[in-house]
Design a protein around this ligand. Structure first.
Ligand SMILES: NC(=O)C1=CN([C@@H]2O[C@H](COP(=O)(O)OP(=O)(O)OC[C@H]3O[C@@H](n4cnc5c(N)ncnc54)[C@H](O)[C@@H]3O)[C@@H](O)[C@H]2O)C=CC1
Ligand SMILES: O=C(O)CCC(=O)C(=O)O
Length: 387
C-alpha cells in the first residue's frame, strides 16, 4: 500500500485519483510516501525519510522548503494554471470594489436607519461620498505575466483598459496566450509609474520580497490602486500603510490579512480567497494527484518545481528512477554498476535542470539489492527507487 498524507482540505475529486486498493489517504499518516497540501506551512516540519514526493494543490510553493526536498531527491509538484481563472475573477472583482468604492458604500447602506422616505433622502445626499471611476480607458499594470497575470491582462483588455505588463522571465507559453494589445513595460518602475492600477502576480522569493517598497510607491501615480493577490511580503506593508495615509495610494486590495493593514479604512483585505472556488479546488487537486501518482508508480516527473520534466513511456522492463546532482559522469557510473550486475538497458532518459538531474532507466531484469545500494552510494546520487 502506498500512503498519502494530506495537510489541508484537498478536493475529494483529486483524492479519488488514488485507488483505495493500492493507496491509503489520510491526514494522520506518520510515514507517508507522498504529501499533499495547499497553504500549510511545511517549513520546520520534520520530513519523514519515507516521503518521495510533495504535491502542492495550487501555484505558490513558498510554504514548502523546496531546496531541502531537492537535496533529498524529492520532487515538489504544483498545479500550474489550475486556479488561475479563479484568481483572475477575484482580481477583476477587486478592481471594481476599489474603483467604485463598493465596500464603503455597502457598509454605508447597511447602516442606514429610518423609514424608506428618510433612507431615500439620506442616500441621495450621501452617495456623493462614493463617486468612483470607470475602468474603461484606465491603465492597468500587470507585474508577472504567468498563468494568472496573462488572464488578468487579457480580461482587462476586454474591459477596455490599456494594459501594460512586465515579466523579465516571460515564458514562450505565456507569450502565446497574451493579447497582442498588452504593451510591454521596460522595468518595474516604468510599469508602476504609468499605471492607474497595479496588480501583482509574481511568486514570493528573494527576488520579489518587498518588490513594492516605499520608494516604488513614491513612483506610482497619486491616487493609484494597488492589488496584491501574490503574497503579502511581495509588498512592504508598512510602506503601503504610509502611502494610504498620505493619499499616494487610493486603495490597497489584498488577499492576505495581517495586522499592518487589516483594519485600515483604505485597505480591502480578503481572507486568501483567490483560489477558493469549487472549480479551482477540483482542478488543482486532480492535476497534482495525477502527477504525484504517476511519479510514485512510474517515476515520471511533470510539473515539478525542482526537477526536470522526465516522462518515459513504460516498457515491459524493470524501472529504475534516480535523482542526482547535475555533475559529470553520473550516467556513466550508474551504467557501469548496472553492467557489472549483467543488466541490459532497454530504455534510458536523463535530463537536468540547473544543479539537479533525474534519470529513468528500464532494464531487462530486476535490479539486485546490492546494485541498488551501490548506485545509492555514488557521490551525487540523491535518491534511487525501483518501480
Ligand atoms: N491569492 C491566491 O489565492 C493565489 C495566489 N497565487 C500567487 O500568485 C503567484 C503567481 O501565480 P501564477 O501566475 O499561477 O504563477 P506563474 O508561475 O504562472 O507566474 C508567475 C510569473 O511571475 C514572473 N516573475 C517572476 N519574478 C518576477 C519579477 N521579479 N518581476 C516580474 N515578473 C516576475 C514569472 O516569470 C512568471 O511568469 C503564485 O506564486 C502565488 O504566490 C496563486 C494562486 C492563488
Ligand atoms: O489553496 C489555496 O487556497 C491557496 C492558493 C494559492 O495561494 C496558490 O495556489 O498559490
Amino acid at each position: 500500500m502506498l500512503k498519502i498524507r494530506t495537510y489541508n482540505n484537498i478536493s475529494p475529486l483529486g483524492l479519488e485519483k488514488f485507488p483505495r486498493d493500492r493507496y491509503e489517504v489520510a491526514s494522520e499518516i506518520q510515514h507517508p510516501d507522498a504529501i499533499l497540501l495547499r497553504s500549510f506551512d511545511l517549513h520546520g516540519v520534520e520530513i519523514p525519510a519515507t516521503v518521495k514526493a510533495v504535491g502542492r494543490a495550487g501555484a505558490g510553493v513558498n510554504n514548502i522548503p523546496v531546496s531541502e526536498y531537492t537535496q533529498r531527491g524529492v520532487p515538489v509538484f504544483n498545479a500550474p494554471g489550475a486556479n488561475a481563472n479563479a484568481v483572475k475573477e477575484l482580481v477583476l472583482a477587486g478592481m471594481l470594489l476599489a474603483a467604485r468604492k463598493i465596500c464603503d458604500a455597502w457598509n454605508y447602506a447597511k447602516h442606514l436607519e429610518g423609514d424608506d422616505d428618510s433612507i431615500h433622502h439620506q442616500v441621495e445626499k450621501g452617495k456623493k461620498a462614493f463617486v468612483g471611476f470607470e475602468l474603461t480607458g484606465k491603465t492597468l499594470g500587470v507585474l508577472g505575466l504567468g498563468a494568472i497575470g496573462v488572464k488578468v491582462a487579457n480580461a482587462a483588455i476586454d474591459l477596455g483598459m490599456n494594459v501594460i505588463g512586465y515579466d523579465p522571465l516571460l515564458t514562450v507559453e505565456s507569450a502565446w496566450m497574451l493579447s497582442s494589445k498588452v504593451a510591454r513595460a521596460s522595468s518595474v518602475d516604468d510599469l508602476i509609474s504609468r499605471s492607474d492600477l497595479v496588480t501583482l502576480h509574481v511568486p514570493l522569493g528573494e527576488q520579489t520580497r518587498h518588490l513594492i517598497n516605499g520608494p516604488r510607491l513614491g513612483f506610482m501615480k497619486k491616487g493609484a490602486v494597488l492589488l496584491n493577490f501574490s503574497r503579502s511580503p511581495v509588498v512592504d506593508e508598512d510602506a503601503v500603510r504610509a502611502a494610504l495615509d498620505s493619499g499616494q495610494l487610493q486603495t490597497y486590495v489584498c488577499d492576505f490579512p495581517g495586522q499592518a493593514l487589516l483594519s485600515h479604512a483604505k485597505a480591502i483585505v480578503l481572507p486568501h480567497l483567490g483560489a477558493s472556488t469549487h472549480e479551482a479546488e477540483e482542478n488543482c487537486a486532480i492535476m497534482v494527484a495525477e502527477r504525484v501518482r504517476d511519479f510514485l508508480e512510474n517515476g515520471n516527473i511533470r510539473h515539478s518545481v525542482n526537477f526536470p520534466e522526465v516522462v518515459m513511456p513504460r516498457s515491459q522492463g524493470h524501472r529504475l528512477a534516480i535523482a542526482n546532482e547535475n555533475v559529470p559522469n553520473m550516467v556513466g557510473q550508474i551504467s557501469s554498476a548496472l553492467a557489472e550486475a549483467n543488466l541490459n538497458i532497454i530504455d534510458l532518459l536523463n535530463k537536468s535542470r540547473g544543479d539537479y538531474a533525474y534519470t529513468l532507466i528500464d532494464l531487462n531484469a530486476a535490479v539486485p539489492a546490492e546494485t541498488l545500494e551501490r548506485i545509492g552510494s555514488i557521490k551525487g546520487v540523491l535518491s534511487v527507487r525501483t518501480l
